[in-house]
Design a binder for this molecule. Structure first.
Ligand code: ADP
Length: 262
């Protein structure tokens, strides 16, 4: 279980950016963090990843206090898929995914056949084996994002943090990544993702955290939390939540959808 307790944070004696953040999630949960720009979502992710030390509060994974473990050990518990993947050197896809294994290496050790087998398995699971000898730099945005997810999976951490995983992807790749996220949480990974599309809470997640001005506005299941009232307050704009029932020649499907009222 990941437990976040009463986290506060400020940048260099500035105003409090995170004011009192507490929530819990399990492996197998997919948590979607929604909120307007500048509300503290990325800062919270960076605190969970250990990039920043909180001003107050504590973080536990499976009862281990994250402030008491080394970055090396933390990397075995939590992996990160960042918003932009700027790998400027000419690494192949296989080499990029192998980088995820570094947290398992002792100092001076080289990758073993076991590390390479894990990379093979991960690529197979995500159906990207055909890309392995291509240069990462030459991939499309959607392919790059799948490789970054593969790198996180090869780290074999049970929690994966994704900052806006579908930003700047075309519609087809957004669907592919959202589907992958759903499958990963079904496979037992704990996923935390941020998004600017509240619909993502319905498509891929079973928990939602609404953040506004450094506070948690609401937390719980998408059904409970993603409502017209909450979204309109969160974004300070009229947003409705409708029931969508599809019954046509292609699909039979029921879900909720968020609709801007314009
Ligand atoms: P979000 O991800 O929700 O858009 P951020 O966590 O990036 O929000 O930012 C929260 C607040 O912290 C914003 O007011 C932002 O300007 C401020 N902030 C972010 N990074 C820094 C930084 N490195 N130094 C000072 N202030 C920062």
């Amino acid at each position: 279980m990941l437990e976040i307790k009463n986290i506060k944070y400020e940048y260099k004696k500035g105003p409090l950016v995170l004011k009192d953040i507490s929530f819990e999630m399990d492996k197998g949960d997919c948590l979607c963090i929604l909120g307007p720009n500048g509300t503290g979502k990325t800062t919270l992710l960076k605190i969970i990843l250990g990039f920043f030390k909180p001003l107050a509060g504590s973080l536990y994974i499976d009862a281990q206090n994250l402030s008491e473990i080394t970055p090396h050990k933390r990397a075995k518990l939590i992996a990160y898929v960042s918003q932009s993947s700027n790998i400027i050197f000419p690494y192949t896809v296989r080499e990029v995914i192998l980088m995820g294994r570094t947290s398992h290496l002792s100092i001076g050790a080289s990758m073993t056949s076991a590390d390479n087998s894990i990379v093979d398995e991960v690529m197979k699971g995500l159906c990207i084996t055909h890309l392995q000898y291509k240069y990462f730099q030459n991939l499309s945005g959607g392919e790059k994002q799948m490789v970054m997810i593969a790198r996180a999976l090869s780290q074999q951490a049970k929690y994966i943090i994704m900052d806006e995983p579908t930003s700047s992807l075309d519609y087809s790749n957004q669907i592919k990544i959202l589907n992958t996220i759903k499958q990963l949480s079904k496979a037992g990974y704990g996923i935390i993702m941020t998004s600017h599309s509240p619909n993502h809470a319905f498509t891929s997640c079973n928990k939602v955290l609404l953040m506004k001005d450094g506070y948690i506005m609401d937390f719980g299941s998408p059904e409970k939390v993603v409502s017209s009232k909450n979204l309109t307050k969160l974004y300070n704009a009229d947003v409705g939540v409708a029931k969508a029932i599809l019954d046509d020649e292609l699909f039979t499907y029921a879900s909720k959808v968020c609709v801007p009222i314009i």
